[in-house]
Design a protein around this ligand. Structure first.
Ligand SMILES: [Zn+2]
Length: 109
């Protein structure tokens, strides 16, 4: 090995998992803190477990809740359509035009 380019190697670095398990590995860091290990990972335990270390689920639920509140205040397509139909019904009818005439007759000058 070339001298003075390699970091210090700790053959028995302590690994501390969030679940509480500790074990040793070889590392350039004397102590490692991990979020998950083979003792608590769902792949090894066979159990479904939600890992929310960055509070992502919580944040998503907050965002989804906000959307639901906004959607509750909004009016649906059906309501809008009904209102448009009602407005159309109350509107005074247009003057009848001859069926063949595409353009309205020019204003008299
Ligand atoms: Zn663990």
């Amino acid at each position: 090995m070339k001298p003075e380019i390699h970091p210090k190697y700790y053959p028995d670095a302590k690994v501390i998992c969030a679940c509480g398990r500790t074990f040793t590995v070889g590392s350039t860091m004397p102590e490692l803190h991990v979020e998950i290990c083979s003792n608590c990972h769902p792949f090894y335990t066979g159990k479904q477990k939600l890992l929310d270390t960055a509070r992502r689920v919580e944040r998503f639920e907050a965002r989804a809740g906000k959307q639901t509140v906004a959607a509750a205040g909004r009016k649906g397509r059906k309501v809008k359509k009904e209102r448009a139909a009602a407005r159309k019904a109350t509107k005074k009818p247009k003057l009848e035009r001859e069926p063949g005439l595409s353009k309205p007759p020019a204003a008299s000058s």
